[in-house]
Design a protein around this ligand. Structure first.
Ligand SMILES: [Zn+2]
Ligand SMILES: [Zn+2]
Ligand SMILES: [Zn+2]
Ligand SMILES: [Zn+2]
Length: 433
């Protein structure tokens, strides 16, 4: 989101404040001149004076200072906006219900409406974003205060993105509002605070899941440059790069995504070894951009290298193995240089994959639809090659398909694997150590 002037002449900020509040010059995370009271940042004194005299900063400065500085003020506003959006979007579904946390329909303090954005059904799972956020904040606070350890931290952190009733991730506008809630909760802490780092990651993931890719981009770029500047552990930098690269992909910036995912894959290989799940997922993410860039030879080579490992470590019916085979087959038949043998191999592979997927995930699983589409396209290509005169009809029946990214569960094959929040202590796979 780009900064633009609101009708009042005040400023609507982008997601994370990395620009001069007046002229939008990029300041990164630390450059520029700060307002001595509220820490709003400018490229220099001229912009600062202008903001005070004409930009309404003379009136806003106190409010921003009171809120805890410009970044906190911005997070609070974004949070309030996203709660309103979420409650409005859920209004029909939540009509006549009450919050399972505070038992009210309207929130006692904020007067916000109810939301539901998980897999809860019937009368279960209605809540206020504020109540969900308060719950997560309290649980995390206890874990921090009593030093409950990594396992408790990760479990409790999940309340920022997973419903405690149905144990499914929140999605869309609700996930987005909780992402802002999370960031708003921890933004005021020092940059080196682990929860603050995790919160910026959480916000980036939430925005990208809600398909707000431009917004996710500015958050994830800020996250990565912060991790680099703070000299964060390799595993955190790779995770930030992985998520940012996925956002590049969504925005059609394939070459950048590809370069970054190659780096993530190589980094994972060095850090965790070839058998680690994160390495295999990184290989899949990298392969899916190679495929989109029509670099089929490299896609095939990468999948041929990693497939035996995935089979050995995860087994034939694991989602990683299935995804790798699907990507391999697709590269085989999409490659314009495919030989007749390649096309035959592609068809046999997808036929076998279809049987396995049906058995393992069931015919109604969303992954099946993609496999069936691959099968139609692979067969069409093969028919066209075997009987050249029919090629035009065959080509016409082929629907363009896209590569299978490393979805964590294959539940949503369209979304790429995202590196979840961790405490930065990644355990290498035992065999790679
Ligand atoms: Zn400026
Ligand atoms: Zn100020
Ligand atoms: Zn409530
Ligand atoms: Zn639920």
């Amino acid at each position: 989101m780009h900064r633009r002037a609101a009708p009042s002449g005040l400023t609507i900020y982008k997601m994370i404040l990395t620009q001069c509040a007046v002229c939008a010059t990029e300041l990164g995370l630390s450059l520029g001149k700060k307002c001595g009271r509220c820490s709003t940042r400018y490229c220099g004194p001229e912009c600062q004076v202008q903001h005070w005299k004409e930009g309404g900063h003379d009136k806003l400065c106190k409010l921003i200072k009171k809120a805890g500085g410009s970044e906190q003020y911005n997070a609070n506003r974004k949070y309030a906006e996203s709660v309103t959006i979420a409650a409005e979007a859920c209004a029909e579904d939540t009509e006549g219900q009450t919050c399972y946390i505070c038992t009210q329909a309207l929130h006692w303090k904020t007067k916000e409406g109810l939301v539901r954005g998980c897999s809860c059904r019937g009368t279960s799972g209605f809540a206020h974003v504020s109540c969900l956020a308060e719950q997560a904040k309290i649980l995390m606070g206890e874990a921090e205060e009593n030093n409950l350890g990594e396992k408790a931290f990760i479990e409790r952190w999940a309340r920022w993105y997973t419903c405690s009733l149905c144990e499914q991730d929140y999605h869309g506008v609700v996930e987005c509002a909780l992402g802002w809630a999370c960031w708003k909760t921890y933004v005021g802490r020092p940059e080196t605070d682990m929860s603050r780092s995790n919160a910026i990651k959480q916000l980036g993931i939430a925005l990208s899941s809600a398909k707000k890719y431009e917004d996710a981009l500015s958050v994830q770029e800020a996250e990565l440059s912060m991790e680099l500047r703070l000299g964060a552990r390799e595993v955190r930098i790779l995770a930030a790069q992985n998520n940012l690269a996925n956002t590049y992909t969504e925005l059609g910036r394939l070459a950048e995504a590809n370069r970054m995912l190659r780096n993530v894959y190589c980094g994972r290989l060095k850090l965790n070894g070839e058998e680690h799940q994160s390495t295999l997922r990184a290989a899949l993410n990298y392969a899916s951009t190679l495929s989109e860039l029509q670099r089929f030879e490299e896609t095939k080579l990468l999948m041929r290298t990693n497939l035996p490992v995935a089979r050995r470590v995860s087994g034939e019916s694991h989602e990683l193995t299935l995804s790798m085979r699907a990507n391999y087959a697709r590269a085989l038949y999409t490659d314009p240089a495919a030989t007749l043998d390649d096309l035959r191999e592609a068809v046999t592979t997808v036929e076998d994959l279809e049987r396995t997927t049906r058995r393992v995930l069931g015919g109604a699983h969303p992954f099946m639809a993609r496999i069936e589409q691959y099968l139609r396209n692979a067969r069409a290509k093969l028919r066209a090659r075997e009987a050249p005169p029919a090629s035009e009809t065959a080509a016409a029946t082929a629907v363009p398909d896209s590569a299978v990214p490393a979805s964590p569960s294959l539940a949503d094959v369209a979304s790429q694997f995202k590196e979840a929040v961790s405490l930065g202590n990644d355990t290498p796979s035992p065999r790679s150590a």
